[in-house]
Design a protein around this ligand. Structure first.
Ligand code: GLA
Ligand code: ZN
Length: 689
C-alpha cells in the first residue's frame, strides 16, 4: 500500500490546536480580544473556529451587514500566527429572520411549528432560508475566502434533526417519485398490502409521526434517507455559496451523533471530515469501554475519507449537559486529546475558548474560565498539550492504514432498531458492534469502520456484527471478498432484510447464506437473566478450548458446508452448532450464532486476526486496559501506547528500536505507563521485525 501524507491545510501543515471562539459575545469590551490573543499564544493555540453563531452580529437587520469586528479579529489572528476555521452562521438564525420568514422554523413530527428559539432547528427545504443563508455565505466568501488567516470553512454546526413542514413533505414525495417511479413500485417495496395501506395517490404519503404512521418500516427507512439527502443538499447549497470565491479553501462540517443523519452521505461534498467528541470519562471503574467507544467513532470518521480528520470540538474540562459532568482527572486531558491524534485526527480543538457569561452554556468547560486568567488547572493542561502538539507536528498528515474493517451501516442501524421482535427488550446493536471492535482494539489492531458501499479490497479481515439489513449486492461483495482470500466474521441476526426492510425469502442469512455455508432456521430470544453457553469442539481449527457464556439471542442453524467449531450447551438445541467456519475459495467465513462476551471475543479475534495475517501495531501482548495505535508517513511509524486501565502498568516492546517522540530518548525494552498515561514512540517503518 502506498502511503500518502495529506496535510489538512498547506497554510498550517502542523497539528492544529484551538477552540470555538465567540468574540461577538464581547464586542462591548474591546480589551477581551487583546487578552484572548495573549492567552491563545500562551496556550499554544494556532487555530480558532469563529463565527459559528454570529449571524446577528454579522447581519443585525435584513440586508445590513457588519463585518468590521470580524475584520479586526482576523487581522489580529494574522498578526499573531493564529488561523481560523471560518463558520457559516446557519446553525442559529437572528430573531428578525424568523420574524419575517416564519417558514424557516422547523415543524416537529406532531406538525406543530417551533416558535423562534434555540438553534439547529431550521427547515432544510425552505427557499427563504436557503436564500438568506446563501446571501450571508456569499458575503463572507467575498470578504474572507482569500484571507491569509482563514484555513477553511466550518459549514454550519452539527447538522441534525428533521423538519415535517409541508415544504418538506412535498420534497419527500418528489424524492419518492424519483426513487420508485410509480406508486406500484413503492407499494411493493414498502409491502403496503399489509394492513390495507396501499397508497393510490402520492399525496397520501406523509412523514412518520407518533400520531400518524409508524409501522411501515420501508417508509421509516426512506424518510431517514430523505432527511439525510435533504440535509446534504442544504449543506451543498451552503458550500456552493462559499466555494465560488476560492475553490481551494477546504470545507468541513462538524458532525456529532449517530442519531438522525447518515453522515457518510456528506463525504462527497466535503474536503475534510470533522467531528465533536465528548467522552464521558471516569463514569465507570475504568475508562476502557468509553475509550474503545470513542476509538470506534474516531475510526469511523477517519474512514470516511481515509485521511486525517479534525477533532473540531472536545471539552477542555467538563461539559454541562451530561447526566453527571465530571472533571478530567490528572493526565486525562492529554490522554483523551492524543487518543484522537492516535486515531488519525490532525487537530485537538475545544468547545469553547472563553466561557460565555450568560445563557445556557455559561457553565460549560472552556479554556478561559470566568476567572479570566491563565492560572487555572484547565489552562495549564491545555497549554501543556499545546506544547506537546508542537513537538508531535511531524505526525500531521500521516494516515492510519488498516487491514481490518468493521461494517457499520446507518440504514442497518435504523432498520435493526425499528424492527419488532425477536427481542424488544434489547438487541443491543451498537453495544455488540463496540464489543467486536473493542476486542480488536485491545490487541492494538488498527481498524477502519466502513459502510457496505466501501471498497473491501484493502482488508484482510472484515467483521459484520448483526448485519440485519443486507443488500443482495453486499452479499455478493462479501462473497467475492472471501473467495479472494479474505476472512469474514458475521454474527446472528444478519441477512434478514433487504434495502426496503423486507425479509429475504428462501432462508436466512439471505445473501450471506452461501458465503457462510449455513441456514439459520429459527432464532431463540433469552430473558435478560437467562444464559446459554458455547462449548468449543475438541480439535477445532482455531484451537480454542473451553466453555463460554452466551446470552440474548441464539440462532438455530444448519450446516450447509460450514464446519462447527462450537456448540450450544443448553436448552432443546444443546449440541447444535453455535460457532462455524466455512472455507470458500481462498478465504474463510465465520458465523457466531449467539451473543458472546468479551472473554470469548478476545480469545476468538486473537486467533482469527493472526490467521488472517492482520498485523498488530506491536508484535507483543498488551496488558489489560492498554491499546496501541499507529500512524505512519511511510518512512516512520508513530506508535501510540495508551493506558485506559485503572492501574499503572508497562508495555514490553517487540524487539524493534524505538525513540520517544517527545523526549528523543531511545527505548527498546519496556515502556512504563501510569494511569491515564500515553507515550508516542517512533520507529523506522521499514525496519524488520
Ligand atoms: C456541541 C455544539 C457546541 C456546544 C457543545 C457543548 O458540540 O456544537 O456549540 O453546544 O456541544 O458541549
Ligand atoms: Zn421543512
Amino acid at each position: 500500500m502506498t502511503i500518502v501524507k495529506t496535510p489538512i491545510s498547506p497554510k498550517l501543515p502542523a497539528l492544529m490546536h484551538g477552540a470555538d471562539y465567540n468574540p461577538d459575545q464581547w464586542l462591548h469590551d474591546p480589551a477581551v480580544l487583546e487578552e484572548d490573543i495573549r492567552l491563545m499564544k500562551l496556550a499554544g493555540c494556532n487555530v480558532m473556529a469563529i463565527g459559528i453563531f454570529s449571524w446577528a452580529a454579522l447581519e443585525p437587520a435584513e440586508g445590513e451587514f457588519r463585518f468590521e469586528w470580524l475584520d479586526q479579529v482576523l487581522e489580529r489572528f494574522r498578526d499573531n500566527g493564529i488561523y481560523a476555521w471560518l463558520a457559516t452562521p446557519s446553525g442559529a438564525r437572528p430573531a428578525w429572520l424568523a420574524d419575517s420568514y416564519p417558514e424557516v422554523l422547523r415543524v416537529g413530527p406532531n406538525r406543530v411549528r417551533n416558535l423562534y428559539s434555540g438553534r439547529h432547528n431550521h427547515c432544510p427545504t425552505s427557499p427563504a432560508y436557503r436564500e438568506k443563508v446563501a446571501t450571508i455565505n456569499r458575503k463572507l466568501a467575498e470578504r474572507y475566502a482569500t484571507h491569509p488567516a482563514v484555513v477553511g470553512w466550518h459549514i454550519s454546526n452539527e447538522y441534525g434533526g428533521e423538519c415535517h413542514c409541508e415544504l418538506c413533505q412535498e420534497a419527500f414525495r418528489s424524492w419518492l417519485k424519483r426513487e420508485y417511479g410509480t406508486l406500484d413500485a413503492l407499494n411493493l417495496a414498502w409491502w403496503t398490502s399489509f394492513w390495507a395501506h396501499t397508497y393510490t395517490d402520492w399525496k397520501q404519503i406523509d412523514s412518520p409521526a407518533l400520531h400518524g404512521e409508524r409501522m411501515v418500516h420501508g417508509l421509516n427507512l426512506d424518510w431517514r434517507r430523505f432527511v439525510t439527502e435533504q440535509t446534504v443538499d442544504f449543506c451543498k447549497h451552503e458550500i456552493d455559496a462559499v466555494k465560488w470565491a476560492n475553490p481551494e479553501l477546504p470545507a468541513t462540517t462538524n458532525m456529532y451523533t449517530l442519531e438522525t443523519l447518515d453522515y457518510r452521505k456528506f463525504t462527497p461534498i466535503l474536503d475534510v471530515i470533522s467531528w465533536d467528541a465528548y467522552p464521558d470519562w471516569h463514569k465507570e471503574a475504568d475508562n476502557v469501554k468509553v475509550a474503545a467507544t470513542f476509538a470506534f467513532m474516531h475510526d469511523m470518521f477517519r474512514s470516511m475519507l481515509h485521511k486525517p480528520f479534525l477533532l473540531m470540538e472536545s471539552t477542555p474540562s467538563m461539559t454541562n449537559w451530561q447526566a453527571v459532568s465530571k472533571l478530567k482527572k490528572p493526565g486525562m486531558h492529554r490522554l483523551s486529546s492524543l487518543q484522537a491524534i492516535a486515531h488519525g485526527s490532525d487537530s485537538v480543538q475545544y468547545f469553547q475558548w472563553r466561557k460565555s457569561r450568560g445563557s445556557s452554556e455559561k457553565l460549560h468547560g472552556a479554556v478561559v474560565d470566568h476567572a479570566g486568567h491563565e492560572h487555572t488547572r484547565v489552562f495549564r493542561d491545555v497549554a501543556e498539550l499545546g506544547g506537546t502538539l508542537a513537538e508531535l507536528s511531524e505526525i500531521a498528515g500521516s494516515p492510519t492504514p488498516s487491514q481490518t474493517a468493521i461494517l457499520f451501516d446507518w440504514d442497518n442501524r435504523w432498520a435493526v432498531k425499528d424492527a419488532k421482535g425477536p427481542r424488544n427488550a434489547g438487541l443491543h446493536y451498537e453495544e455488540t458492534v463496540h464489543d467486536h471492535h473493542r476486542a480488536l482494539w485491545q490487541q492494538g489492531i488498527p481498524i477502519d469502520v466502513i459502510g457496505s458501499e466501501y471498497d473491501f479490497a484493502p482488508y484482510k479481515l472484515i467483521v459484520a456484527p448483526m448485519l440485519y439489513l443486507c443488500r443482495e449486492e453486499t452479499g455478493r461483495k462479501l462473497e467475492a471478498f472471501v473467495e479472494g482470500g479474505g476472512t469474514l466474521v458475521v454474527t446472528y441476526w444478519s441477512g434478514i432484510v433487504d434495502e426496503h426492510d423486507r425479509c429475504h425469502l428462501g432462508g436466512f442469512p439471505g445473501p450471506l447464506r452461501k458465503t457462510l455455508g449455513i441456514w439459520a432456521e429459527e432464532i431463540d430470544a433469552l430473558q435478560d437473566h437467562e444464559r446459554n453457553g458455547v462449548s468449543l469442539i475438541a480439535g477445532n481449527p482455531l484451537a480454542l478450548t473451553g466453555l463460554y457464556e452466551s446470552r440474548e439471542l441464539c440462532d438455530l442453524i444448519h450446516l450447509e458446508g460450514a464446519e462447527a467449531i462450537g456448540c450450544y450447551t443448553d436448552d432443546f438445541y444443546a449440541e447444535r452448532p453455535a460457532l462455524t467456519v466455512n472455507n470458500l475459495g481462498q478465504g474463510k467465513a465465520y458465523y457466531i450464532a449467539t451473543r458472546l462476551g468479551d472473554d470469548f471475543l478476545l480469545a476468538f479475534y486473537r486467533v482469527v486476526a493472526a490467521q488472517a495475517g492482520v498485523a498488530r501495531v506491536l508484535d507483543t501482548e498488551l496488558p489489560a486496559g492498554v491499546t496501541a495505535q499507529l500512524r505512519t508517513d511511510g518512512s516512520s511509524d508513530f506508535v501510540f501506547l495508551m493506558n485506559f486501565g485503572n492501574e499503572a502498568t508497562e508495555v514490553s516492546l517487540d524487539g524493534r528500536s524505538y525513540v520517544d517522540l517527545e523526549s528523543g530518548e531511545a527505548i527498546s525494552a519496556v515502556v512504563p505507563l501510569p494511569v491515564n498515561g500515553i507515550r508516542i514512540l517512533k520507529r523506522d517503518a521499514a525496519s524488520p521485525r
